[in-house]
Write a protein that binds this ligand. Structure first.
Ligand code: PNS
Length: 189
């Protein structure tokens, strides 16, 4: 089920190669929470789009997590931020990532690696995803050093405390964060 097809953009290469199973080797899914999208995520999207014919940025709806932004808000922010990156589209999913990847007839999962500390959990997820779906491959793109300390969580913490996040997220995302925290502090008063 496509939850966010309204956000899909054209510009997808029509001549990608499929293997015998109907799985497209040139379609990559870049999944995440993106709560919210940072410059680190955008860097991975740009670099993935330069490698694969089509990159689907997939926002995960995780009922166990309490995100700051709704799924629609996250999808909208990604769509706006990545509008200039060719062959990129935004979608969202709930449930298993491997099932979404299969539905999209993709084979590749892209993940960013920032530091050794990311490796253990990413390694576990990659192996588990391959167990769930034997044809799925995870490809890691190493974060640029200037983004290696960057995460949505740390951005949210800094923004909630009134710190400068200008180098970490776009102006629009920074504004969304400031508005959201201003609203929260009004509610808490
Ligand atoms: O940005 P995040 O929070 O590090 O992304 C984690 C994400 C969404 C990629 C991961 O939690 C995920 O794939 N969730 C979907 C549910 C699933 O398939 N779980 C099994 C993964 S091994």
């Amino acid at each position: 089920m496509r939850l966010c097809s309204a956000f899909l953009r054209p510009g997808v290469s029509p001549d990608t190669e499929e293997d015998g199973e109907g799985i497209d080797m040139a379609i990559a899914v870049y999944p995440g929470s993106f709560d919210p999208i940072t410059y680190g995520h955008l860097d991975i999207i740009e670099r993935a789009a330069a490698i694969f014919d089509r990159v689907i940025v997939a926002v995960c709806l995780n009922p166990g997590k309490q995100p700051l932004f709704t799924m629609e808000e996250r999808v909208e922010m990604i769509a706006r931020e990545s509008a200039g990156i060719p062959n990129t589209e935004v979608n969202c999913f709930k449930g298993l990532l491997t099932e979404f990847v299969q539905r999209e007839k993709a084979r590749i999962i892209v993940r960013g690696l920032r530091a050794i500390s990311d490796f253990e959990i990413e390694f576990q997820m990659a192996l588990m995803n391959r167990k769930l779906s034997a044809e799925v491959e995870t490809v890691f793109l190493v974060a640029q050093p200037k983004y290696s300390y960057l995460s949505s969580s740390i951005v949210k913490e800094i923004a909630s405390l009134g710190g400068d996040i200008g180098d970490l997220v776009s102006e629009q995302v920074a504004r969304h964060l400031q508005e959201r925290f201003a609203l929260q502090s009004l509610r808490d008063e």
